[in-house]
Write a protein that binds this ligand. Structure first.
Ligand SMILES: [Zn+2]
Length: 68
């Protein structure tokens, strides 16, 4: 598995909303280990959108690009 994009909390320092460029985003962790966030959401309060984190990978695609 490619771990380049593993979801470390430090990523929150650089992640901005892909739609409105809002920063910082709000991290909600539902599952984590000692090194990284495994599952949760990254929330843009301006767009009122949650970007999912699955298996340590943040999905920062704009909602309209996900194919609903
Ligand atoms: Zn936004």
């Amino acid at each position: 598995m490619n771990r380049v994009f593993e979801m470390k909390k430090k990523l929150m320092d650089i992640l901005a909303c892909p739609v409105c460029k809002h920063h910082p985003l709000e991290l909600n962790v539902t599952k984590e280990d000692a090194k990284e966030v495994l599952e949760g959401t990254i929330r843009c309060e301006k767009c009122n959108v949650d970007y999912p984190i699955e298996e340590g990978i943040p999905n920062m695609l704009p909602p309209e690009s996900r194919g609903q």
